[in-house]
Design a protein around this ligand. Structure first.
Ligand SMILES: [Zn+2]
Ligand SMILES: [Zn+2]
Length: 366
């Protein structure tokens, strides 16, 4: 069960239910009217429950995605640009974007600030602080607590190098805890003993973030859901671009679990690790440092709801969908290797036939 579902909805409702007021009003009513009133109250409550996602959504901390992300450049040397772009979705939710010129995958990192500690989701692709001043940028964004900075917990959506290479920048920073990357210590760290079915909860102080296992792209992939904003951080599991399948069965199961998860929760936006599609649905070439006309970062509930069926119908190699492209790098690599071997065999066979004919012709002339 979710520890604090619909935080935004229930708090105001409960605040209005003053017990003294309820007892006083009941004393004035007879049993028959009480029954009618109870039925009316039950019907009203059912209506409120049915409308919960939209009501709760309206009470999430609203933010803005009105931002133009750095598009990089075809010739980065001729167009020097800041390595890290900072956008405040709202004052306590910061989106950091690596420039395509610093790192062609141009990953997004997310900083969530609570009253007791902050949470950094992913540390990006660049370890060298002179090329990507991540730790310094995050330190500047964190509020002070006395003479120190607010404690920081660093976590990762998954262990690919473009999501955890910046960890080393935080190693010597006091007040920082970094989640481990290996399976067993990671699960112990979050208390996810029932992997992948359990859900962990991180309390940042007035802000609870759910940690949801989502293997499929990577065996230790996690998604994070912030109850205060209704943002779901999906890493490389769901993003506007290539969804690289590593384990199809695990991906399918994770997609179903996440769909179940959002069924009872408001989702303002789903924010992934990268943007790899332009507004016309074309993929950027792998390695391109120029992301012209990027599709928006945010995906919506409908994109997640479409994922289980897309995975069920996946041909195992490559398939395009409205807001993402499913691809299986290992299968594609094997298919390419098989094609190359078949092409080489055909060429060898053709050469042999050719040589035999020539030899036969030469023998005929002799
Ligand atoms: Zn990845
Ligand atoms: Zn990635």
């Amino acid at each position: 069960m979710h520890a604090t579902p619909f935080v935004g909805l229930r708090a105001p409702l409960l605040a209005r239910e003053d017990p003294a007021l309820l007892i006083r009003s009941r004393q004035r009513l007879g049993p028959a009217r009480m029954l009618v009133m109870n039925r009316l109250a039950n019907a009203l409550f059912a209506l409120v429950l049915a409308a919960t996602p939209s009501l709760a959504w309206s009470q999430n901390a609203r933010g803005s995605l009105d931002v133009r992300w750095n598009a990089g450049a075809a010739d980065c040397a001729a167009s020097p640009q800041a390595p890290l772009q900072v956008h405040a979705y709202e004052p306590n939710t910061i989106i950091l974007r690596q420039s395509p010129c610093s790192e062609f995958e141009a990953g997004f990192l997310y900083l969530l600030i609570g009253s007791d500690r902050a949470l950094l989701i992913d540390t990006g692709a660049v370890a060298d602080p002179s090329r990507m001043p991540l730790a310094k940028t995050v330190a500047d964004l964190l509020p002070n607590v006395g003479d120190a900075k607010l404690p920081l917990l660093v976590v990762h959506t998954h262990g690919h190098g473009d999501h955890d290479a910046g960890d080393s920048q935080f190693a010597a920073w006091p007040g920082v805890k970094i989640a481990p990357g290996e399976s067993a210590p990671l699960r112990t760290f979050f208390g996810l003993s029932n992997w992948p079915d359990g859900i962990a909860h991180l309390d940042l102080g007035g802000r609870v973030v759910d940690v949801i296992p989502a293997p499929g792209h990577h065996p230790n992939h996690l998604a994070f859901y912030d109850g205060n904003t209704g943002l779901l951080f999906s890493g490389d599991f769901l993003l506007p671009g290539r969804l690289m399948v590593d384990d199809l069965a695990a991906y399918r199961a994770s997609a179903r679990r996440l769909v179940d998860f959002v069924r009872t929760r408001p989702v303002a936006h789903i924010l992934g690790g990268h943007i790899e599609l332009d507004v016309d649905g074309q993929l950027y070439a792998w390695g391109s440092t120029h992301h012209s006309n990027e599709r928006p970062l945010a995906m919506q509930r409908a994109d997640l709801l479409a994922l289980p069926a897309a995975l069920d119908g996946f041909n195992g190699f490559h398939s395009r969908h409205a807001s993402f492209v499913l691809t299986h790098p290992i299968h594609n690599l094997v298919a390419m290797a098989v094609s190359v071997v078949v092409a080489l065999l055909l060429m060898a066979w053709g050469l042999r036939v050719l040589l035999r004919r020539r030899r036969a012709r030469a023998n005929g002339r002799a």
